[in-house]
Design a protein around this ligand. Structure first.
Ligand code: 26Q
Length: 862
């Protein structure tokens, strides 16, 4: 009987059963992959029951539900999240002891889904994790890209992009749901139908959803909730192939609709206006909305179909993750009116607005999405028409509110100079707009001042957060255990309890333990880097690994997308400054420094790629110099992703959050690193500001740089060449940048000269040093000196680090979600119905033996 066996035995038996029935193997001769799949199958037995119970509980209660629409997700490997959240970590470790496979080997089988560019995608995944843990009725919609964010390699310093084939093997965590496929309509021409205008012709694309269980961390109530991430694909439907076009010799266009979800656009903060991207965005929007309406119609048993729209207003909340799914506004209006033809445009708009809210993630002009009007008109004629009608009504409102004739209407108009402005569409079409940190929200308020004077209630701030369970409990189990020893385990469920760690921050023995754990984290990171931080020649062949200093060194990390505003260049210039000082005076620094960089550059982003190349050249130069190599090293880790972040966090001492103030909307790496006991050297930008406030000035000693308001006005009187002339250190550094010591060939030389030029003279139409790298350099240099001073006092450093960890309570994504609930969604938790769960467990436990006896008896008479 199962009940008499230990859980380990049951799990092993289950794995053995899958090995036998799926692969014809016994545990002792199973391959790593076979073991992995069979383990996942076994875990899925548990997960499926809870997933089904969660869905049935929601269907029964019919609560208001949140639909999160995002073009990007970065969940990280599912296997470790799932094992951790169903509480099977120790169990699996015990089972692994009976196999030749290690935990590390097991995890390495699973690819890290790169379905996002960076912060925005990871935020979406942290939010799903938190919504599951908080047992909210919620679904995340997205796209199942065949190829996620490219795999990055640096060939002699030049970034090369390779396709990310994460679906080479079967993915045990996805469930294809053919029954829920739907059609998304593009193009077409208006014609007169019986009930008014209809669209004829055009292309219908079939979208098939794949569901992924997002397993919530269990709360006191033991039963964990499982919510769904539903990703659409056009790949698997041969119907999307346009044979007619193929026969006409149009080979490319013929396959376009089967390949809509092939690839994630790899540029963040840059809007290229590509047609396929627009098709992708509409695919997500239309398929998800149809899915939402279908689900809600199922529950809506009373009344005629025409009653659905008004019922939706109460039950449905849609959060759009940046403007990317912004077409929900016209598409929802269209679908509501198709449902109830009597609904006026105004009513449909009112309903839509009540259901929809929009999160803005950037204030960079070049990142604001806009679409060519003709492109929208051709591809999405019905939606375009609605946008036009909305714009007409909106401009009318603007004129009457401002009473300034046409001027304001032209500025705020959704359609301007032949472009559809997505932010304007959403500012008008949603009932709430939120920034992702306080500072960011204040900047939005200024940027869109006229909008918010029209709708003063719309804007709110919801400061980002990160899953403390993933980024602390899962990524750093040693630190997590230590925290629990110090303050008990409540922090795992409710991160506000972490506050109590501060009480211990001054105790010597606690500091010692923290330092020992950090040293352990550093040793693991050092091992990892010595294997994974690869150096390649110009053909991509592995030549060596970056040298890595020992655990006594200060580990400074800057891990994020490469972008000028994030100022990796400031970090690099500082490395050069230390290097030049050390060369002249080897005794000038008493702290060894290991600088780690990781991050991808958008493939078409010339300056970002040049910065990477310079990082490589600097590393090549300084790492080999015997005068300095014992005390300063720079390493670049290729192909930064969620899994690598988990390796880096426990070993980080110093978190580089050095963006130009006013540019980083929030940042979330800042929070992850601080939770892991790294101190922040940072500007007052994004959520850094709130982190500083939470930590307190005393324990936030490395603040530097201009303020956002200073940066906004300093532009006109700024002369970087004057700075260059006045500051001998800056001069040395910038001259070294173009010296023959650094570059080895004309192309490298050109690269360095180009970057130097952007700083001192400006490039083409750009002003020099747009991101005030040189202006903030002296302050950064000074702050780094302070870092080294504090780092030498090991116990003080530990006190600061413990205090920082203890101040991170506010920065869990649980709190962000609770803020969304309070300020925007008004949702209630919908815990799993225990009786439903019981019933499902009962279904599963149908005795295997009965089945066997049955087969046996059949055979006896055949
Ligand atoms: C737009 C149009 C066409 C193609 C791609 C895009 C695109 C894709 C991704 C534009 C932007 C992004 C990603 C933006 C992003 O990651 N922003 C970051 O969001 C984080 C979560 O809120 C913040 O912490 C960061 O500050 C912000 O930079």
């Amino acid at each position: 009987m199962d009940t008499q066996r230990s859980p380990e035995e049951v799990l092993i038996k289950t794995i053995e059963r899958y090995l036998l029935t799926n692969y014809g193997k016994l545990l002792k001769n199973a391959s790593l992959e076979e073991f992995y799949y069979s383990l996942c199958q076994s875990l899925k037995e548990e997960i499926m029951i809870h997933w089904t119970a969660s869905s049935l509980s929601i269907q029964k209660k019919r609560p208001r539900t949140l639909f999160y629409l995002s073009m990007e997700y970065l969940p990280g490997r599912f296997i470790d999240n799932n094992i951790l959240h169903i509480g099977a970590k120790e169990l699996v470790e015990t089972v692994l002891k009976k196999t030749p496979f290690s935990w590390k080997k097991l995890l390495s089988v699973e690819p890290d889904p790169g379905l996002g560019n960076g912060g925005l995608g990871r935020l979406a995944s942290c939010f799903l994790d938190s919504m599951a843990a908080l047992q909210l009725p919620a679904i995340g919609y997205g796209l199942r890209y065949q190829y996620g964010i490219f795999e990055q390699e640096l060939w002699n310093g030049v970034q090369m992009e390779r396709p990310d084939c994460w679906l080479l093997r079967e993915n045990p965590w996805e469930f294809r749901r053919d029954a829920l496929a739907c059609h998304v309509q593009y193009k077409g021409a208006f014609a007169q139908g019986a009930e008014g205008e209809i669209l004829e012709g055009g292309e219908k694309v079939r979208a098939i959803p794949y569901d992924y269980p997002i397993v919530g961390f269990p709360t006191k109530k033991a039963a964990f909730s499982v919510i769904t991430m539903r990703l659409w694909s056009t790949k698997e439907s041969p119907r999307n192939f346009a044979l007619q076009r193929y026969n006409a010799g149009e080979f490319g266009p013929a396959g376009e609709n089967t390949s809509l979800t092939d690839v994630l656009y790899p540029s963040d903060h840059h809007n290229e206006g590509k047609r396929v991207r627009l098709k992708q965005e509409f695919l997500l929007v239309s398929a998800s909305l149809q899915d939402i309406l279908r689900q809600q119609a199922l529950g809506e048993t009373a009344g005629s179909p025409a009653h659905l729209p008004i019922a939706l207003v109460d039950k449905v909340r849609i959060q759009v993750n940046d403007t990317h799914p912004g077409l929900v506004i016209p598409e929802l209006i269209r679908l509501l009116r198709a449902q109830d033809p009597k609904l006026s445009l105004e009513e449909a708009f009112e309903y839509t607005q009540a259901m929809t809210s929009y999160t803005n993630h950037t204030v960079l002009k070049e990142a604001l999405e806009e679409w060519n009007e003709e492109r929208v008109m051709t591809l999405l004629p019905a939606q375009y028409k609605i946008i036009q009608q909305l714009n007409f009504a909106f401009c009318k409102q603007v004129r009457s509110h401002f009473n300034e004739g046409n001027k304001k209407a032209q500025e705020l108009s959704i359609i301007q100079n032949g472009q559809v402005k997505m932010a304007h569409l959403l500012l008008y079409g949603s009932h709430k707009v939120n920034g992702v940190a306080e500072l960011h929200t204040r900047i939005l308020e200024e940027m869109f001042a006229d909008f918010f004077s029209l709708y003063p209630e719309k804007l709110c701030a919801v400061t980002n957060g990160v899953s403390h369970r993933k980024w602390l409990l899962d990524a750093n189990p040693l630190l997590a255990r230590f925290i629990t020893e110090q303050i008990g385990g409540k922090w795992v469920e409710d991160f506000s309890h972490i506050e109590r760690l501060k009480e211990r921050a001054t105790e010597r023995s606690v500091q010692e333990q923290f330092l020992a754990i950090k040293a352990e984290g550093k040793r693991a990171l050092i091992d990892f880097l010595r294997k994974e931080a690869r150096l390649r020649d110009q053909k991509g062949a592995l030549i060596d690994h970056y040298p890595v200093l020992g655990e006594e060194a200060l580990f400074s990390v800057q891990i994020k997308r490469i972008h000028e505003y994030k100022r990796q260049l400031l970090n690099l210039l500082h490395v050069l400054a230390i290097y030049l000082e050390l060369r002249e005076n080897p005794g000038s620094r008493s702290v060894k420094r290991m600088v780690l960089l990781a991050g991808k550059a958008a493939p078409g982003y010339r300056n970002a790629k040049a910065i990477l190349r310079i990082a490589y050249m600097i590393a090549r130069k300084i790492n080999q110099d015997p005068r300095t190599s014992g005390s300063l090293q720079l390493a670049f880790l290729e192909n930064y992703n969620v899994t690598k972040t988990m390796m880096i966090l426990p070993g980080a001492d110093l978190s580089e959050q050095i963006s130009l103030a006013g540019k980083e909307a929030s940042g979330t790496g800042n929070m992850k690193l601080a939770m892991n006991g790294a101190l922040t050297i940072g500007t007052d930008d994004g959520a850094n500001v709130e982190m500083r406030e939470a930590v307190g000035e005393r324990y936030w000693p490395f603040l530097f740089g201009m303020s956002a308001s200073a940066a906004a006005t300093a532009r006109d009187h700024y002369s970087p060449t004057d700075l260059y002339k006045q500051d001998p250190l800056l001069q040395k550094v910038l001259d070294f940048l173009i010296s023959d010591e650094l570059s080895q060939d004309p192309s490298e030389k050109e690269c360095c000269a180009h970057i130097r030029k952007t700083l001192l003279e400006g490039d083409y139409d750009e002003r020099p040093d747009e991101h005030f790298v040189l202006k903030d350099f002296p302050a950064y240099y000074k702050a780094q000196k302070k870092v080294e001073d504090l780092f030498q006092d090991r116990y003080k450093w530990a006190e600061y680090a413990l205090h920082n960890i203890g101040s991170m309570g506010r920065f869990t994504s649980d709190r962000s979600i609770q803020d969304y609930i309070k300020n925007i969604w008004s949702l209630e938790a919908c815990p799993t119905d225990e009786t439903i769960l019981e019933q499902l467990y009962h279904v599963r436990s149908a005795d295997q033996r009965i089945v066997r006896d049955h087969f046996f008896s059949k055979r006896s008479y055949s």
